[in-house]
Design a protein. Structure first.
Length: 572
C-alpha cells in the first residue's frame, strides 16, 4: 500500500506542478471505433507518441497533438465539402469552438439480442438506432463538451429463458445468480426511447490535469474487444473525474491516471418477465431501492528504460448511496487488499461495499508493427498473501490479445491486419466447487452488481461469459475491409452452478458462433462503418429438449440470428 500511495502522491505532485500551462480538454468519445483505432494503428506504425497507453480513454486532443482530432490527415480543408474543418478560435486565441461530428448508428437483430460495446443502445431484438452530435466550447481552462445521445429501439419480443420452464428451472435461474445482478433479458415489452447526456462534460484543464463533471463513457485497460473494468458496453454514467489528458513525463518514465466518483442507476426491469412460480411465490427478490456510488482508480506507468511497455493498475469500489458516511467512503482507495488486515465486517473490506481489482500490461513494438496485451482481475480479495499464493485463480478473470500489421509489398500505407483476443470470465473449480466465488460482476453487498442501466460496466461478454475473437482485414488510413469470428460461451458460471452440467435431463452450454464481414470507409467528410454478421446459437437459452448422452449439441435446440450494423458520421 505504501508503494501505491507514493505513486499517487508523485503523480499528483507532477500534475499540480504543471498548472501554469493551459491545454485542451476535448476528447474522442469512446465508441467512435474508426477514429480511435486509426490512432492506435498509427502508434503501431511508429507515427504517434509511443508513451500514450490507450488504456485510459477517452483520448484527448492534448495527447494526440492534433488541431482537429477528427481529421488527423488534414484532408478536409481541401477535399471536404465545406473546404474547412476543425475548431474556430476566438477571444484573441483564448477561446475555441467546434461543432462535433454528427453520428447515426443503426443495428438490427433478427432473432434475439446480440452484441456488445454499443454504449447507450440496449440488448434488443429488432431495429435500433442512436443519433448523437453536439459542440465543444473552451475559454482558458474551462471547457464544455455537449454531445447528447438519442436511442430508439423496436424492442420486439423473443423466446426468453422463462418460456415454458418449470418452477425448479426458474428458481435456479434467480437463485444466487440473476437475483444478484441487474441484467434484464429485455427492457420491458414496449418500444424504447431514451434521450441522455451521452458524451458530455464540463471541465477545468490546466497542464496535464483535468477536473470535471462528465457523463462520458470510459475505457480502462489495453483490451480492444473487451475490458474487465470499464468499457462502452453500458451507457455513460454521471461522474466527477480527475484525470490526465496526456502522459505525465518524469525522470523515471511517464504516467497516466484517473480517479472518479460516479452515480450508477438501475434499469427498473427484472431479469425475466416471468418472476413468479406456479404457486404464486415470487422467485425474483428485488434489490434495495437506492442509487449506487462507484469509486474508481486507474494508474499506468511506462518505464523510461523499457519503451513501449505499459504497466497498469485499477481498483473500483461500489456501495449504496445511503451508506456513504464521510470522506473515506467517497475515496476508499487506501483500504488494504488483504482481508486479514481489515477485520470482520459486512463486506469485503469491513464495510457494506463490493470491490474489484485488476492489473494490466501492454507492450508495443513499433518496428514490428505489433502489440500484445493482458489484463488480470480479481472479484474477491484474498484473506492474506498465503491465500493468494495458494489460490491465485480464485475469483479471477483475464483477457489476452495481440495485433500485427503486415505491409503489402509495393502498396503504400496498405497493410493486412491480424488481431485476436481471448476473454475468460468464468470461474475455475476453486471458485465453483471449493470456495464459491460467484460471477465476476456480482458479489453480494450490492445486488444490482457491477452494472449501470442494466448492463455490465466491463466486459460485454458478460458475467461468466467467455469470448474468443479473431479478425483479419485490409487497412489503409481510415479504410478497412475484413472478416471476423467470435465464439461466445454465455454465463458458464450459471451453467455450472445450476446443475445443468451434470443433470441427466439437463441441457448443454449455450454457445454462439458469429461470422461477420466488417468494413470502414471514408469519403470527404463522411466516415462509414458496417458489419454483417451471422450467428449460430447452439443450445440457445440452455434448452433442455431431447437431451441425449451421445450428443453435446441437440440440432433442434440451435437457432440462427442475423445482426446488421450500419453507421455514418459527418465531420465538420
Amino acid at each position: 500500500m505504501k508503494i501505491i500511495r507514493h505513486l499517487l502522491s508523485l503523480s499528483l505532485v507532477v500534475v499540480l506542478g504543471s498548472f501554469s500551462i493551459l491545454v485542451s480538454a476535448q476528447t474522442i468519445p469512446v465508441g467512435i471505433s474508426s477514429i480511435e483505432d486509426y490512432y492506435r494503428r498509427l502508434q503501431l506504425l511508429g507515427k504517434l507518441d509511443s508513451s500514450i497507453s490507450f488504456s485510459n480513454r477517452p483520448l484527448s486532443v492534448e495527447a494526440l497533438h492534433q488541431t482537429n482530432v477528427f481529421d488527423p490527415s488534414g484532408e478536409l480543408p481541401t477535399d471536404g465539402w465545406n473546404k474547412s474543418s476543425g475548431p474556430i478560435l476566438f477571444g484573441n486565441g483564448h477561446g475555441k469552438f467546434q461543432i462535433l461530428p454528427l453520428s447515426w448508428q443503426q443495428q438490427i437483430n433478427s432473432h434475439h439480442p446480440f452484441g456488445w460495446n454499443d454504449g447507450a443502445m440496449i440488448p434488443a431484438k429488432g431495429y435500433q438506432t442512436m443519433i448523437s452530435g453536439g459542440l465543444f466550447v473552451q475559454y482558458g481552462p474551462l471547457s464544455i463538451q455537449l454531445r447528447p445521445e438519442y436511442v430508439y429501439a423496436q424492442n420486439s419480443g423473443f423466446e426468453s429463458y422463462g418460456y415454458n420452464r418449470s418452477d425448479t428451472e426458474i428458481s435456479v435461474y434467480y437463485g444466487s445468480n440473476y437475483n444478484s445482478i441487474d441484467n434484464p433479458e429485455q427492457y420491458g415489452s414496449k418500444n424504447h426511447n431514451w434521450l441522455n447526456w451521452g458524451q458530455s462534460s464540463i471541465r477545468l484543464t490546466v497542464g496535464p490535469a483535468s477536473l470535471g463533471l462528465s457523463n462520458e463513457n470510459i475505457w480502462w485497460g489495453p483490451g480492444i474487444k473487451n475490458s474487465l473494468m470499464m468499457s462502452n458496453h453500458a451507457a455513460g454514467f454521471k461522474h466527477v473525474t480527475l484525470n490526465t489528458v496526456r502522459p505525465v513525463k518524469t525522470p523515471i518514465g511517464s504516467f497516466e491516471g484517473q480517479i472518479l466518483g460516479g452515480r450508477l442507476e438501475s434499469s427498473g426491469f427484472p431479469p425475466l418477465a416471468k418472476i413468479q412460480l406456479s404457486n404464486g411465490t415470487s422467485a425474483y427478490i428485488p434489490p434495495r431501492d437506492d442509487w449506487r456510488y462507484l469509486a474508481g482508480l486507474n494508474i499506468n506507468y511506462q518505464p523510461k528504460w523499457l519503451p513501449g511497455l505499459f504497466l497498469g493498475f485499477t481498483r473500483t469500489f461500489m456501495s449504496y448511496g445511503g451508506d456513504l458516511d464521510g470522506l473515506a467512503d467517497y475515496i476508499p482507495f487506501f483500504v488494504p487488499f488483504q482481508k486479514v488486515k481489515i477485520g470482520e465486517g459486512a463486506g469485503d473490506d469491513g464495510d457494506a461495499r463490493d470491490q474489484r481489482t485488476s492489473l494490466y500490461a501492454r507492450w508495443l513494438f513499433p518496428k514490428a508493427h505489433a502489440e500484445v496485451y493482458f489484463e488480470y482481475g480479481l472479484n474477491d480479495n484474498s484473506y492474506n498473501i498465503r491465500d493468494f499464493i495458494g489460490s491465485p485463480d480464485h475469483s479471477r478473470a483475464y483477457l489476452f490479445g495481440l495485433r500485427k500489421l503486415i505491409p503489402l509489398k509495393d502498396k503504400k500505407e496498405e497493410f493486412i491486419q491480424f488481431a485476436g483476443e481471448l476473454t475468460q470470465m468464468s470461474q475455475t473449480i476453486d471458485g465453483t466447487l471449493l470456495r464459491y466465488a460467484g460471477g465476476f460482476y456480482y458479489h453480494g453487498e450490492v445486488r444490482q452488481g457491477y452494472t449501470h442501466n442494466g448492463e455490465v460496466l466491463g466486459a460485454g461478454s458478460g458475467t461468466g461469459g467467455n469470448l474468443q475473437s479473431f479478425e483479419v482485414s485490409w487497412v489503409k488510413g481510415f479504410k478497412k475491409l475484413g472478416l471476423s469470428f467470435d465464439r461466445l460461451e454465455h454465463n458458464r458460471d450459471f451453467y455450472d452452478s445450476s446443475g445443468f452440467a451434470n443433470a441427466k435431463d439437463g441441457s448443454r452450454s449455450w454457445v454462439d458462433f458469429a461470422f461477420a464481414a466488417v468494413g470502414e470507409w471514408n469519403y470527404k467528410n463522411l466516415l462509414f462503418n458496417a458489419k454483417l454478421q451471422g450467428i449460430k446459437s447452439l443450445n440457445y437459452q440452455w434448452r433442455q429438449r431431447d437431451f441425449t448422452d451421445s450428443q453435446y449439441y441437440i440440432p433442434h435446440n440451435t437457432v440462427y440470428n442475423f445482426q446488421g450494423q450500419l453507421g455514418v458520421t459527418y465531420r465538420f
